[in-house]
Design a protein around this ligand. Structure first.
Ligand SMILES: Cc1cc2nc3c(=O)[nH]c(=O)nc-3n(C[C@H](O)[C@H](O)[C@H](O)COP(=O)(O)O)c2cc1C
Length: 315
């Protein structure tokens, strides 16, 4: 299992909020405050370390922990997340932690934190006021916690952590994906715009790298007409952990012109007669989905000696 431990420290709660959001996006995961009982780090494939920036005290508890306990990070993916007001400080203290855990290849991410004067303890209030007077900046609330920034960070970090360590050759991934798409005929498409979201089970036809859907219409068009982005899932019923097959496809959707040759081609592909089709008392719409990314979780990859999850990006 590609599990992730999220270790954090936080003085006023911003980094704690960041770590909690990341733990949800990065699941399967375990969220752990460094001051609580830290689980056995060796059992996790990935470790995310999040700490707030406080000048020379940045990440002090985490640093103390790793000075006292040494781990072999050589086969793990590690991400260091710093939360504060200055990215330069994030880099500086991120590199300091890197030296302590003795790992070269680390993914770093800086997230804008926030500072609310009325929440600070007396010591922090005084040191901050002294600092603000010295550098001649107003002694006021600073920064802003942005939910969206943390979500974006989660997506980027997940991409990094999910990259297979044992990647299958591209031809193998392509063949397995094509085989699975052709073996099945029903998918679920997720479409949406603003507050409107809809997931629709529907039959599809795969042809020359694209997915075609014949539709009489319906509420899925609320999303499709306003947002070309689409997500498609094709999967088998769960039986056990040794026979998993689930494919997620991201791409763009387009409504085909009913007078186009491509529309006619799809009708023929479905072994339908174009002439008869034209005489139907209702209009038939054809959607073309152009995949941009495939994420395929398949036990077949594992049987071949690769990671169970493989990705394919269309150029
Ligand atoms: C006394 C004090 C010192 C700070 N020093 C830094 C700093 O050196 N660099 C920086 O980028 N942010 C600094 N900050 C901003 C904090 O990193 C920011 O408020 C962060 O969101 C705090 O996270 P927390 O709520 O998890 O403790 C400082 C804040 C305080 C109150």
């Amino acid at each position: 299992m590609n599990s992730t431990l999220i270790l954090y420290e936080s003085k006023y709660g911003t980094t704690q909020k960041v770590a909690h959001i990341l733990s949800l996006i990065l699941g399967p995961s375990k969220l752990c405050n460094i001051e609580e009982n830290v689980p056995d780090i060796n059992i996790y494939k990935n470790v995310v370390i999040a700490f707030p920036l406080y000048e020379e005290k940045s990440g002090n508890n985490i640093i103390e922990f790793f000075k006292e306990h040494s781990y072999d990070f050589s086969k793990k993916r590690v991400c260091i997340v710093s939360v504060g007001l200055s990215k330069a400080d994030g880099i500086k203290y991120g590199l300091r932690l890197k030296d302590i855990i003795k790992k070269d290849d680390i993914y770093y991410y800086f997230i804008k934190g926030q500072l609310e004067i009325n929440k600070l303890d007396d010591e922090d209030k005084i040191s901050l006021e002294v600092f603000c007077n010295k550098v001649k900046i107003p002694f006021i609330n600073m920064g802003r916690f942005e939910y969206k920034n943390v979500i974006n960070a989660g997506v980027k970090i997940k991409e990094y952590l999910d990259r297979p360590k044992n990647e299958a050759p591209i031809e193998v991934i392509k063949n397995e994906i094509e085989r699975f798409i052709k073996e099945n005929n029903t998918c679920s498409i997720a479409t949406g715009y603003e507050d409107f979201l809809r997931s629709t089970p529907i039959e599809y036809k795969y042809f020359q790298g694209n997915i075609y859907i014949i539709s009489e219409g319906g509420l899925k068009f609320v999303g499709i007409l306003q947002n070309k982005n689409i997500s498609v899932s094709i999967y088998e019923n769960y039986t056990d952990m040794n026979s998993l097959n689930g494919l997620q496809i991201s791409g763009e959707v387009e409504l085909l012109d009913e007078h186009s040759s491509e529309y006619e081609k799809v009708i023929k592909l479905k072994r339908l007669e174009f002439g008869k089709f034209n005489k139907l008392p209702i209009s038939i719409n054809i959607l073309k989905i152009k995949p941009s990314k495939f994420e395929f979780l398949s036990s077949k990859f594992e049987e071949m000696g690769y990671d169970v999850k493989q990705n394919l990006i269309n150029a």
